[in-house]
Write a protein that binds this ligand. Structure first.
Ligand code: DGL
Length: 267
């Protein structure tokens, strides 16, 4: 049934950068978003815990009768996509990964930078992408502890956020990167301070557009694209109702969306 919703989740509000693009490109689709903010960040947690959270969230979304699942989180994709696909074969699961291939295609200096969480930076998935596409160029990888917390707190422009960004970006700028991959869905919230630091010298890539295109292809292939006039967004957080979340959603989606509490069984 094409008018069933699509589930989208992240460790917190980061995946709203993906939700926004899905809603823009596929405005007929009903979307249910889960921000697992009570357990954010995922990036410094163990794989076992991340897999358990992803499993719990998927079970909740299946109760909501979703037709497809978008893992709007690089970390969760790197750690849990395979186990989710093995367990929940009844739905299509679309993950996302750092834009290494597009970065390699665009770089002129032959030096690219990747900002991501600890878990993503050390993942076999990222190593595989680099091995497949980036063996002939210089890849500057940087784990960014602390950034997700700043975004979750809505502190996009705070002194601490700018200090962290400087610490993570300056060494790779000094090495001559001309292309920067935002390998975490929280980082597009920091596009302005990042652009200021890179002073237009760097092309910044994130993944919301390719993941939406992939979702569209998958839905179309399965004749699951919804033809209704206006898709609705439902938003749940494991942290409950929060003003911060409402503001973050409004910033990217330009909509006032109610934040509901994820039921205790899944929190
Ligand atoms: N937004 C996530 C990602 O894309 C997770 C960040 C985190 O919770 O550490 O990796």
């Amino acid at each position: 049934m094409p008018n069933r919703p699509i589930g989208v989740f992240d460790s917190g509000v980061g995946g709203v950068s993906v939700l926004k693009e899905i809603h823009k490109q596929l405005p007929n689709e009903h979307l249910i978003y889960i921000a697992d903010s009570a357990h954010a960040p995922y990036g410094n947690k163990g794989a076992k815990m991340i897999r358990a959270r992803c499993r719990r969230i998927t079970q909740f979304l299946l109760q909501k009768n979703i037709k497809a699942l978008v893992i709007a989180c690089n970390t969760a994709t790197a750690v849990a996509a395979e186990s989710l696909r093995a367990e929940f074969q009844q739905i299509e699961i679309i993950g996302l990964e750092p834009a290494v291939k597009p970065a390699v295609e665009q770089t002129k200096t032959g030096v690219i930078g990747i900002l991501a969480t600890d878990q993503t930076i050390k993942s076999a998935r990222l190593a595989g992408l680099i091995h497949a596409y980036a063996m002939d160029i210089q890849v500057e990888k940087q784990a960014c502890p602390g950034l997700v917390e700043q975004v979750e707190a809505g502190l996009f422009e705070s002194k601490q956020t700018q200090k962290l960004l400087k610490r993570y970006l300056q060494p790779m700028l000094a090495k001559g990167i001309d292309t920067l991959v935002l390998g975490c869905t929280h980082y597009p919230f920091l596009l302005e301070p990042i652009s200021r630091l890179t002073q237009g010298s760097v092309t910044i890539l994130e993944t919301s557009i390719p993941v939406t295109q992939q979702l569209q292809r998958v839905l179309s292939r399965n004749t699951l694209l919804c033809q209704q006039t206006k898709g609705q967004i439902q938003f749940f957080s494991s942290q409950g109702e929060s003003k911060k979340h409402r503001e973050s959603i409004k910033l990217l989606c330009h909509q006032n969306i109610k934040v509901q509490e994820l039921p205790a069984l899944f929190s």
